[in-house]
Design a protein around this ligand. Structure first.
Ligand SMILES: Nc1ncnc2c1ncn2[C@@H]1O[C@H](COP(=O)(O)OP(=O)(O)OP(=O)(O)O)[C@@H](O)[C@H]1O
Ligand SMILES: CCCC(=O)O
Length: 264
């Protein structure tokens, strides 16, 4: 696992550091190292994996740690268990991923690092295939360059020159129509992603949960809500409690509530 993380085998992400740091602590203190709900958690059902191109399959890469933590928190707040409810969790951070959680398993989710789903502060989100191919050829881009465009220089950065949503909200509220249009487009894309997860859950959705830094933004959520309020009630857990979620994951294993899994 540590080698895969160091080589960014499944994509570059800050969370790749966590397993490496845990391994270092194990060395330093002779402790047992446990990581929990990494971005490559894969519980997708078979029918959402294929694409229409032989040799290209969808992958499950998403904000698993925070998505599962807030789904568990919601379940606890309603006196139920995570494995008894169906929720759609929309994590809106630097990347945006929307997971369909069916009774404790994330059966479908957009792979934020592959460019699936809505745009975000730093990601382009899904693009028309032929236009992307043309863009790559016209700009003579190699794989690393296009990966950067899709995952680090897209979304707010490409359209507005900054990933700072607070700055963009200020611009929009001061009457900047271009920024307002970006927020409206983002809201429509997020809503469509949520609608897609509702379909795979066959409409059986107990709650839609928003989380991540952008979930602090009432400005954004006011644009999203009208599209999706027909699906299920909404809960907002802004920010992320990833350190707490890591500790809770280790505790579930140490206290025997969950079984340790082996990375393969
Ligand atoms: N109070 C706030 N109101 C509005 N937007 C906010 C607020 N706080 C943070 N954001 C915005 O949220 C976005 C980043 O969120 P966050 O800090 O959750 O991302 P990250 O941790 O870097 O990425 P990820 O969650 O994808 O791992 C930025 O665009 C930031 O400006
Ligand atoms: C956590 C991987 C998904 C993303 O950052 O877009």
């Amino acid at each position: 696992m540590v080698d895969d993380l160091k080589e960014s085998r499944y994509g570059e992400h800050a969370s790749n550091m966590s397993g490496v740091i845990a391994d270092r602590f194990r060395d330093l203190y002779g402790a047992r190292a446990v990581i929990t709900d990494p971005v490559v958690v894969d519980e997708m059902i078979a029918e959402v994996r294929p694409t229409g191109l032989r040799g290209v399959e969808r992958r499950s890469v998403f904000h698993a740690l925070n998505q599962k933590a807030v789904a568990r928190k919601y379940a606890e707040s309603t006196g139920t268990n995570y494995d008894e409810i169906n929720v759609i969790v929309c994590h809106m951070g630097g990347g945006i991923t929307v997971g369909a959680h069916r009774k404790g398993k994330v059966i479908d989710v957009n792979d934020g690092l592959s460019g699936e789903g809505p745009m975000s502060p730093t990601r382009t989100g899904s693009l028309p295939n032929d236009r992307l191919a043309k863009y790559i050829i016209e700009n003579d881009l190699d794989y690393d360059s296009i990966y950067n465009v899709l995952t680090k220089e897209g979304g707010f950065i490409s359209l507005a020159g900054t990933q700072d949503a607070l700055e963009l909200e200020k611009r929009a509220l001061a009457g900047d129509e271009v920024t307002e249009a970006i927020y409206k487009a983002l809201a429509a894309q997020i809503a469509k992603e949520i609608g897609s997860r509702a379909a795979i859950l066959e409409g059986k959705v107990d709650q839609i949960i928003f989380t991540g830094g952008l979930a602090y933004s009432k400005y954004l959520l006011d644009f999203v809500t009208p599209y999706i309020s027909f699906i299920a009630p909404i809960t907002i857990y802004p920010g992320e409690e990833e350190m707490q979620a890591l500790a809770e994951g280790a505790y579930r294993v140490l206290s025997g509530k969950e079984e340790m899994k082996t990375y393969v």
